[in-house]
Ligand binder design. Sequence first.
Ligand code: 1CP
Length: 363
Amino acid sequence: LHGAETIAENFPPIQNDVFLKAIRGEDVPYTPVWIMRQAGRYLPEFRALRAENEFFRVCRTPELACEITLQPIRRLPLDAAIIFSDILVVPQAMGLEVIMVPGKGPVFPSPLLTPEEIDTRLVKPDVKKELSYVFQALTLTRHRLEGKVPLIGFSGAPWTLMSYMIEGGGSKTFAKSKKWLYQYPEASHKLLDMLSDIIIEYLSLQIQAGAQAVQVFDSWAGELSLDVWDKFGIPYLTKIGSQLRKLHPDTPLILFAKGASHGMKLMSEMEYNVLGVDWTANIREARALTRPKNICLQGNMDPAVLYADKSVIRGEVERILDEFGLGLHVANLGHGLHPEHNPEHVAAYIEAVHELSAAKKKQ
Ligand code: 1CP
C-alpha cells in the first residue's frame, strides 16, 4: 500500500454524483443505478479471485476487498460502488466464529444458545481495532476509485444480525431467533441494544474512512409481524438513524428492510434519506408516504427478471420507471444478484435504466 492511499483525506474529486444528487432530490439527467451483490459470483473475475482466497480472507485483506469492489465498476456503468465485505464480520468481532461453507453460505459452528451466553460469550469489541480492515479497505477503495462513483459502506441491522447469531446461519422458519423475541424479550432487547451501539460506531467509522453513504441491511425484517418488528426492530433502527444523522449530517443513510413494505410508514418516520423496496412493495403507496418528506426510494426489480431476454428486462425497467416517476429514485434490484445471472443481462438492465430514464426526462 502506498502511504497516501492509507489516509482518509485528499480523496479524488467526485466525477459522477448522480447517485448523491438523486438522493437529495436534486435534478438529475437520468436515474442512477447500483445493484446489491454487484461484486459477486456472477462475475468470472470474482470467481477466479475467490478460487484462491477464502471468503473472510478477502474481507480481511484490504487490497483484495478493494479489487473485488472495483471489478463491477470496471465492467459496468454503475453509479455507485459498494465495499466488499459481509454483515457477519460484526458477530465475528463480538467473539463468535463464522465460516463460509461453499455451496451453503455462512455458518456459525457454535451459535448463541441461551440468554446467559450474551454475558459469557460475547465481547463488546473495540470496533476501530477489530474491524480496522474494513476501514482500511474503504479508504484504499475511495482512493482507487479515483472519484469515478461514490462509495457505499454498510452494516447488518440489529435484528438481522441477532437472527444469524442464534440460528447459526440462514433459516427457513427463524424458529430459534423468533423464540427468543417471544420467550426472552428482555435478553433480546439487551442483545439488540448492544448490537445497535456497535453498529452506530461501525458505520460512523466507515464514514470517517471514506464511505459516502451507508446502507443498513435488515434482510430478515419481513420475517416478523409488524407489531414485533415495531418492538424489536424499529427502536434500534431509529436509534442508529438518529445517532448517525447527528454525527454525520450530510451523509446519506439508506435502510433496506427486505420484505417489510408493510412497515413503510414506520420507516418513513425515521431519519433515513433512502428506503430500499423489494418487488413486493406497493410503489404508489410508498411514494405517497415518502415524497412529502423528500425521502428517496431505492429498488425494486425482481432479480429473477434478469433470467429473461433483454427485451423483457427493458420492458420491466420501463414499467418500474413509470411507477416511481422521475426524481428521488435510485434504481436497484429488490435483493442481490444471483451467482447464476449472466453479466450481459446485468449490463442490459443498467443500460435500460440509463437510456429509458434519460428519454423520459427529455419528454
Ligand atoms: O463465496 C462467496 O463468494 C459467497 C457469496 C457472498 C458475497 C459475494 C457472501 C456470502 N457475501 C458476499 C458479499 C456481501 N454480503 C456484500 C458485498 C457487497 C455487494 O453487495 O456487492 C454485502 C452487501 C453482503 C451483505 C450480506 N451478507 C447480507 C445482507 C444482504 C442480503 O443479501 O440480504 C446478508 C444476509 C449476508 C449473509 C450472507 N453472506 C453470504 C451469503 C450467501 C449470505 C446469505 C446467506 C443466507 O441466505 O442466510
